[in-house]
Design a protein around this ligand. Sequence first.
Ligand SMILES: Cc1cc2nc3c(=O)[nH]c(=O)nc-3n(C[C@H](O)[C@H](O)[C@H](O)COP(=O)(O)O)c2cc1C
Length: 341
Amino acid sequence: MSLYALYPSLVRPLIFMLDPEKAHSLTIKLGKLLSRPPLLSLFSQQVEERPLEVMGLSFKNNLGLAAGMDKNGDAIDYLGALGFGHLELGTVTPRAQEGNPRPRMFRIKAAHGLINRMGFNNKGVDYLVRNLLSRNYDGVVGVSIGKNESTALDHALDDYLICLNKVYPHCDYVAVNISCPNTPGLTALQEAAPMEQLISGIKREQDKLAAASHRYVPLVVKIAPDLSETQLQIVCEICLKYKIDAISCTNTTTARDMISGMEHAGEWGGLSGRPLLNRSTEVLAKVHSFVGNELPLIGIGGIDGVVSAREKIQAGAQLLQLYSAFVYQGPQVIKDIVENL
Ligand SMILES: Cc1cc2nc3c(=O)[nH]c(=O)nc-3n(C[C@H](O)[C@H](O)[C@H](O)COP(=O)(O)O)c2cc1C
């Protein structure tokens, strides 16, 4: 039996005695420690390979770690050794920032969900780049980029360009996060005019960077599950027009109907995990109906096993990511999904 099969019965009860953010910081600190040999090989997890090509990149399997777990790239080698086919680091901003006041992360235990309003707490893009430079993990690494809270929305492009320039040489793809509900105004960047201005600016910069370095680093746009059908159509048109390389569906939701009456349901922020599954899969399917096979899609939201992973693939996803199921089930969930899909 694998070491990680014991997580739900032995480790989770202990971790869940801690405040969720403390538990998260401890996990990342431990992950940093375990990233060093010889510990790394002791705590790694063998997962059969299921190779695939998406966005011109070679993945060992289709399941990745979603953004937000390792915002600063502190535990890349450990997280990679658990069997993920890719890791999305960040979201990172040009300058370090504290994020929102605590408490800002809550477990919705009855539904295997989480609510967070972290607000892009991170150590800044330069710190992340140092960690990217010292990694040994050879799987695909994406970096999610955002804007500092103190940067006005009409200057958001400047922040995205700073991050894009700094991470471009050191990662395999860049995810443009315009869908986090916890940075004031950020999701307004999904509206037609600001989105077109932002995406066209980022695309122009990518063209320059690709020409100068002779290396094309794909761009992914990550969207919210709370957009209307009309808004989704606009977002898809802009992604197609500017030849974005993939769309990630979705970030966390501000909806609460699926957890009404449960403990912490009244906290503001983004809801993730099982309660997000249906809504995020509906958005994925809708986006797929708009973009067809012109753009690969990354399915995120509520994946907690092989059944939900299959639902995402049936709805049009080529790649998958998870976050909350890792908290509830531990590393075993990666092996369960990859080897049984
Ligand atoms: C605590 C926490 C922090 C997150 N931070 C980010 C982030 O910085 N950037 C981002 O794009 N998504 C972030 N997310 C959203 C996840 O990447 C993912 O889209 C969402 O949790 C849905 O997946 P899940 O249901 O598997 O958790 C965060 C999620 C959680 C729970």
